[in-house]
Write a protein that binds this ligand. Sequence first.
Ligand SMILES: O=C(O)CCC(=O)C(=O)O
Length: 317
Amino acid sequence: MTVSEDPYLTSLKKDGFVVVRSIVSGDQLKALQEAAVRTANKARAGDWPHVRTVGKQFPPWDTWNREAAAKAKASHGTEQAGIWGVQHLMRPEMGTPDAGIFTQSYFAQDGVLDVAKRLLGCGDDELVMELYNMLVRPDYQDYELRWHRDDIPPEATPEQELARLQAPAFHAQWNLALWDDASLIVVPGSHARARTEGERNADPYQEQLPCDEAAGHRPQLTVQLGPGDVVFYNNNILHRGVYQTAVERTTLHGSVGHVSGNALRARNVLQHGVGDWVERCDFSVLSETERTRAEGMRARLIKMGRESGPVGYSLAD
Ligand SMILES: O=C(O)CCC(=O)C(=O)O
């Protein structure tokens, strides 16, 4: 008997991303929306230092506090920019109830991790806890990320690029939209091939990348999500984000690893500073089954961090 491949995995392999509609709905979506609004407000006011600051695409991000937030507000971002993301949603200092609401949504039964397991072809005991952040609308100036692959520098030769892309990804990454979201732009299929000369030579912020249709390549597309929809994507797909002050965005941005991930995966995760607090993360809100899953995943992250030593950063601005 042949076992057919999981359809989500087939899409991910072919396109480099797969959309799952309404993974969260009803009361769970409402609770997440409320937690997200409280958290975004707190971060915007300068009361949560772990943010992504406008003007800086990659970690480490600039210092953010009440003074920086007030300066950004007073100058409308001309002197000090605002934020485009909130980091470390499960960090215990996030407090009650929001740290618990986010932690529950990350580890929930029948939630994102269960799709991730289908994509990684593994069970709970092979998952590694990774990142849980949130991407938000910038307040004062529109902001765009340049075209990039998360963990392959733009200087990589086509051979280096291909070698990295052909190695197993050992992770699943997702954007879970709490309201409508059309900020993520991807080049379908680009997770499985080196960039063309046209893509390499394009301006990093070029609105429309050239597409070699004769080679069977597909043009870039904007991923359209509604509230509760999630897109899983290979983080080395060629992609960018485009954010407008006038368009609301509140989207959970998470990732989970596979235990076979190596030092490259450790860098991807630990460069965000998760190692500082993961041992203190509070799992008391979880059901017994979820807690067992969470404890195992955390233990595997801590082990990976110990074994990898200092990790540095994947990309620089
Ligand atoms: O805004 C997005 O959805 C993409 C974010 C992104 O590309 C990144 O964090 O590297």
